[in-house]
Design a protein around this ligand. Structure first.
Ligand SMILES: Nc1ncnc2c1ncn2[C@@H]1O[C@H](COP(=O)(O)OP(=O)(O)OP(=O)(O)O)[C@@H](O)[C@H]1O
Length: 297
């Protein structure tokens, strides 16, 4: 559906995309992850034909990016694109008109887009009276109103409370189930883990690693992660290294990679004589893989 090959872009002397290559297959949710400044927005702007690349190709539905391919894409940007004084329906009608839909189509599509984001009952409500989560859903409806083939969701749940976040996650899953192709950017790794079929990790404008979660797990030679709380960290680390555990820090957490599954009593025995407050085990998660790649890459 979306194919990006060897994309390069510089702002002045600063190269922000370097031979960026990625493919998004029809019907999948592709998560584009990367730290602030990694080049996500620049990539999105090039896909949407708002910015010219220096070199490389972008095709959507087998067509080179152009004014025409804009109609294939629906974008829900980080900042909601809504007129606060207008109602939900009026906002959608406005955007439907920009996309050139005739009056009958506009009416049908506005209703369908409101239904898709579960806001039909708020059709006449001014945007300023909606909760943050509802506004974000309406922002996604704007992306859907012209029935695009690909939607781009740029940090769709940033700043929302957990309940509103669950609602957006549910909505994204429904869109995928209806066959929509989705490019999603997020800084929330659990969001990417829950929603994305494949994930690309971007650093300094190129993809460091790409694949489904299972593929990405191969970047860490650990079967599981141990989180250890102790006041005697140095001793714990020395003991862990001696028995083949690899130490890591995730924020304040002291962690160890276990390369094979061990019984809890075997793990506890390794720290015998050290005052341990707690030991917990976690599967290898996207957070661990991401940190490894970003720090090493
Ligand atoms: N118009 C511009 N002129 C000069 N530099 C720019 C311009 N737009 C972006 N940059 C720089 O390009 C780099 C990539 O920016 P971009 O906005 O694509 O990153 P991002 O991954 O979207 O970041 P974020 O997660 O913060 O949205 C950054 O260093 C940014 O400062």
């Amino acid at each position: 559906m979306l194919s990006i090959e060897k994309l390069n872009k510089s702002y002045g002397k600063r190269q922000v995309l370097q031979d960026l290559t990625l493919y998004v297959a029809p019907g999948e949710i592709y998560g584009l992850l990367g730290a602030n400044g990694a080049g996500k927005t620049t990539t999105i702007n090039i896909i949407c034909n708002l910015l010219q690349a220096d070199s490389g190709t972008v095709t959507i539905n087998h067509q080179q990016v152009s004014e025409t391919t804009k109609n294939f894409i629906g974008i829900a940007p980080q900042e909601n694109l809504l007129y606060k004084g207008l109602s939900c329906e009026e906002n959608l009608k406005f955007f439907a008109k920009i996309y050139g839909l005739d009056r009958v189509k506009r009416q049908q599509r506005v209703k369908a887009a409101l239904a898709a984001v579960n806001l039909l009952d708020r059709a006449k409500s001014p945007v300023e009276t909606l909760s943050g989560g509802m506004q974000r859903r309406l922002n996604i409806a704007v992306a859907l109103v012209h029935q695009p083939k690909l939607i781009i969701l740029d940090e769709p749940t940033t700043g929302l409370d957990i309940e509103a976040r669950y609602e957006i996650w549910e909505l994204i899953k429904q869109l995928k189930n209806q066959g929509m192709t989705i490019l999603l950017t997020t800084h929330l790794l659990d969001e990417a883990e829950r929603l994305c079929n494949r994930i690309g990790i971007l650093k300094n404008g190129c993809i460091l690693a790409e694949g489904c979660l299972e593929d990405l797990r191969s970047y860490i030679p650990a079967k599981e992660i141990l989180i250890v709380q102790t006041d005697e960290e140095e001793e714990a680390i020395a003991r862990a290294i001696a028995c083949g555990f690899t130490p890591r820090r995730y924020g304040n957490d002291l962690a160890f990679w276990l390369s094979e599954h061990l019984e809890l009593k075997e793990i506890i025995a390794q720290f015998d004589g050290i005052a341990i407050d707690s030991i917990s085990r976690q599967p290898v998660r996207l957070e661990h893989i991401y940190m490894e790649l970003i720090q090493a890459g």
